[in-house]
Design a protein around this ligand. Structure first.
Ligand SMILES: *Cc1c(COP(=O)(O)O)cnc(C)c1O
Length: 384
């Protein structure tokens, strides 16, 4: 099970660090490309999941676009080679400076979330003598079955334009000379494993299309966002999600108008399973009811367990002893600095390599320097 980790080579690297299985990343990209091209779908990678340069370059080499949520992500995508017309810029709070970065680089589209933002983009585009393509991010009011921190498509949250405001927003677009209505955009949440949520999204999009048809403003792009989930429990059995079934849902349920393109923004499902956080056991401490395996990685390296009580599979790569239970904790001065409670591991000792799986998405990119720790580095299977 653990044998696709080059353990001897990993032993020589200073821990903690991120290890990326680049073959798995490429296999995943190949499947995405094959399954999406059956329907002519356009795929953008959501850069916020992992903006590591090598990863961005690999993703670009498979022809995906880049979905960015900050000016720096726009710049990083262009640096990694993404063509500017395949770069889109989303986010509820774009600053003037970030908008200007997008405009000056001629990016493909701004996904707009409010009337004030629309006005600012128009004003800045006018100053630059440009017309900006915009897509409207609409809050579709679809409940995705997932963690409440990561659902986004419901009425009472900050994301997107409410359906009842759409006419007003479209009137505004008609008034403005330096924005061009290009598309509609939706994103219902993250780590969604129940494809029914996507069926519901399709139904909602179909209903909304009528509003645009009445106004004779047919959006060229229908962007249905990302959010496809991965199997954190069984990363070896399910190293990638069922992309075939995912794209098929949209082919079956989305009713398109002539000339419309369907766009996706996949983040986690592209990069999650290829990444692991590798750390070393510093001490094993016996408690009253539990043993602690204290590792040299902490919540500063991977914050998901502390932030969302997220589950990550944990393995000991160097022991094959009898199974025991450990709380796997980091060195940081916070009790939430815990990667897993009562984790079953072979007898674990100081010096063992501990692997925290499915950490390629929202892992390295969320690392911080709390306790003045160094940021973790990335290492790539293809270099070892
Ligand atoms: C985060 C985000 C995505 C990607 O979500 P994943 O769950 O990583 O696929 C796509 N679109 C928008 C607007 C986002 O905010």
């Amino acid at each position: 099970m653990t044998n696709h980790f080059p353990v001897e080579k990993l032993q020589n690297i200073e821990t903690p660090f991120y290890y990326y299985n680049m073959e798995l990343l490429e296999q995943t990209l190949q499947v995405i490309k094959e399954e999406s091209s059956k329907y002519g779908y356009h795929i953008h990678y959501a850069v916020k999941a992992n903006a590591n340069k090598r990863i961005l370059e690999t993703i670009n080499s498979y022809g995906l676009g880049a979905d960015c949520v900050s000016g720096n992500e726009v710049s990083a995508s262009l640096d990694a080679g993404f063509p500017s017309e395949k770069v889109v810029f989303a986010g509820v709070g774009k600053s003037d400076k970030e908008i200007i970065t997008g405009l000056k680089n001629n990016i493909g589209c701004f996904n707009v979330e409010s009337i004030p933002e629309l006005e600012v983009i128009n004003e800045l585009a006018e100053k630059e003598g440009l017309v900006a393509n915009v897509a409207l991010r609409i809050n579709p009011n679809v409940k995705a079955n997932t963690h409440h921190y990561i659902t986004t498509g419901l009425e009472e949250n900050k994301f997107g334009i409410y359906i009842w405001d759409l006419e007003k927003v479209m009137d505004k677009i008609d008034e403005l000379n330096n924005v061009n209505f290009k598309g509609i955009h939706f994103h219902i949440g993250s780590q969604i494993n129940d494809l029914d949520s996507y069926k519901q999204l399709c139904t909602r999009v179909n209903e909304l299309q009528e509003l645009f048809e009445k106004r004779r403003a047919i959006p060229q792009i229908v962007n249905v966002g990302g959010g496809l989930g991965v199997d954190y429990e069984n990363p070896d059995e399910n190293p990638m999600p069922d992309f075939k079934a995912f794209f098929k849902i949209f082919d079956e349920f989305l009713e398109l108008k002539e000339g419309q393109e369907v766009h996706f923004e996949l983040g986690r499902s592209v990069v999650c399973q290829c990444g692991s956080l590798i750390s070393r056991v510093i001490y094993v401490k016996e408690g009253v009811n539990t043993n602690f395996a204290i590792v040299d990685a902490g919540m500063s390296d991977l914050i998901r367990p502390a932030l969302y009580q997220a589950y990550h599979k944990i393995q000991n790569l160097t022991s094959s002893g009898e199974e025991e239970k450990y709380d796997v904790v980091g060195p940081i001065c916070e009790s939430s600095d815990c990667f897993g409670k009562a984790v079953v591991l072979p007898t674990t000792q100081r010096g063992d390599l501990i692997c925290i799986r499915s950490a390629g998405a929202y892992g390295e990119i969320m690392a911080n320097q709390y306790n003045l720790r160094a940021l973790p580095k990335g290492f790539y299977s293809s270099d070892l």
